[in-house]
Design a protein around this ligand. Structure first.
Ligand SMILES: *Cc1c(COP(=O)(O)O)cnc(C)c1O
Length: 418
């Protein structure tokens, strides 16, 4: 499949690596997320090639997909993790992540989360405001520790992506404004509970153009010069994540090619000796995953035909949240003519659509695969309409392992009382 080298059709049936999706769905039910381990390792390898010979650390941004079975693949491969909550820290530690390779991002870390992360001995807090510097300083002093920090800079560049996933523009809530950065670093350097170790930025997600990265890189390197001129040494430079994937013929730069370009700038400005860090999420898992779903009914209409499936916006929230596109293909092909359908879920919302105007030859009971479902699907899944969250499988070669069992209604009711 385009963009999905580990998803292929054999004799009309869809496979992830060597495993038949039809067989998996018959055994484990639907909706079912299926991930290719090899796709993840190949995605990581592209970044590793880009950083060959460098002092570099790749921190997987686990909010893209924080399932333990997925995290373990990256932990075993030597990745660090970029976390955005105390809950994510617990997940990283549960798979044996090295705390020194964990960095903590996010605009609203609570004192309790700061304390938890200090106790775990994480590598760095990516601080997003001047107020956060003061709170973290107090929490660290109270714990008798020094918190290693970098400040997230908002470089004010347009990543040319969906407004909800742009984060590096002046109007966004993220980071410290470029103009305030030197003052914020001087403030941080005076706080006894903090140790300044780096600088970071992250401009947005699903970026398919190298231009905004190069612009942001220049602005960050300008600041590295200015901050060091003020006598504050920066040991690492973290360029965030955000590289896009192919959902619908998108052509993002390859990770290794992009980093070759970026590193040329870093070297030209004389910062090639620093530790270089990145925080990729989507590009590490997005096209590793498919969601297998069953057609419940087809419903012809005057204006539209609907194909009603058993996966919904609670499983696959990206279309409802960002009008995002996921390719949808039959698991087993039919020889009959295709009809144009809106593919929708059972949830009681008109926003509950998964694909619009799709040509499909399907009948009730058929299986469909929603592609590019590895990132920002299961990690965003909810229980809306008291729907249990889907099961997940990790495929490696010819074998498939259940990494999350299907959530039952008992699981959901357990935390409630009348
Ligand atoms: C979400 C996020 C990332 C990862 O973004 P992707 O687009 O998934 O690569 C990296 N860094 C920070 C701070 C983030 O919030």
């Amino acid at each position: 499949m385009p963009g999905h080298p580990h998803v292929a059709r054999r004799d009309g049936n869809l496979y992830v690596e060597g495993v038949s999706l039809d067989a998996l769905a018959r055994e484990h039910g639907t909706p079912l997320f299926v991930y290719s381990r090899q796709w993840m390792l190949d995605a990581l390898a592209a970044y590793q090639r880009g950083f060959a010979g460098r002092n570099a650390l790749i921190c997987y941004a686990m909010k893209a997909n924080s399932s333990l079975g997925v995290l373990r693949v990256f932990a075993e491969a030597g990745c660090g993790f970029d976390i955005v909550s105390g809950g994510e820290l617990s997940r990283a530690l549960a798979v044996g992540a090295d705390p020194a390779r964990i960095i903590f991002s996010g605009v609203g870390k609570t004192p309790a989360e700061m304390k938890q992360a200090l106790a775990a001995g994480i590598g760095c807090f990516n601080v997003e405001s001047e107020a956060e510097l003061d709170v973290l300083n107090e929490v660290a002093l109270a714990a008798g520790q020094r918190a290693r920090i970098s400040i997230r800079i908002n470089p004010n560049v347009d990543p040319k992506t969906h407004p909800y996933i742009s984060t590096g523009l002046k109007g966004n809530k993220f980071g410290v404004a470029h103009d305030r950065a030197v003052a914020a670093y001087k403030h941080a350097a005076r706080l006894p509970g903090l140790e300044v170790v780096g600088i970071d930025c992250h401009i947005g997600s699903q970026i398919t153009d190298a231009g905004p990265y190069l612009d942001a890189m220049d602005k960050v390197l300008d600041l590295v010069e200015a901050i060091e001129a003020a006598g504050i040494r920066l040991h690492h430079i973290d360029f965030g994540g955000g590289l896009g994937i192919d959902y619908n013929g998108d052509k993002p730069p390859a990770a290794d090619a992009l980093w070759k370009q970026l590193l040329a700038r870093v070297d030209a400005r004389g910062f090639g000796d620093r530790q270089l860090m990145i925080e990729p999420g989507r590009s590490m898992v997005g096209n590793a995953g498919v969601c297998v779903t069953e057609v419940i009914h087809t419903k012809p209409g005057e204006d539209k035909n609907f194909c009603i499936i058993d996966a919904a916006m609670n499983d696959l929230p990206r279309p409802a949240m960002y009008q995002a596109f996921h390719a949808i293909v039959p698991v087993s092909e039919r020889a009959t003519d295709a009809t144009i359908y809106d593919v929708v879920g059972p949830v009681c919302e008109s926003g509950d659509w998964i694909g619009r105007d799709r040509a499909l030859a399907v009948e009730a009971g058929d299986l469909l695969a929603v592609l590019s479902a590895g990132a920002y699907c299961m990690s965003m899944a909810s229980n809306y309409n008291t729907r249990g969250r889907a099961a997940e499988m990790l495929v490696s070669g010819d074998s498939a392992r259940l990494i999350r069992r299907r959530e039952t209604v008992q699981d959901q009711l357990l935390s409630e009382q009348v």
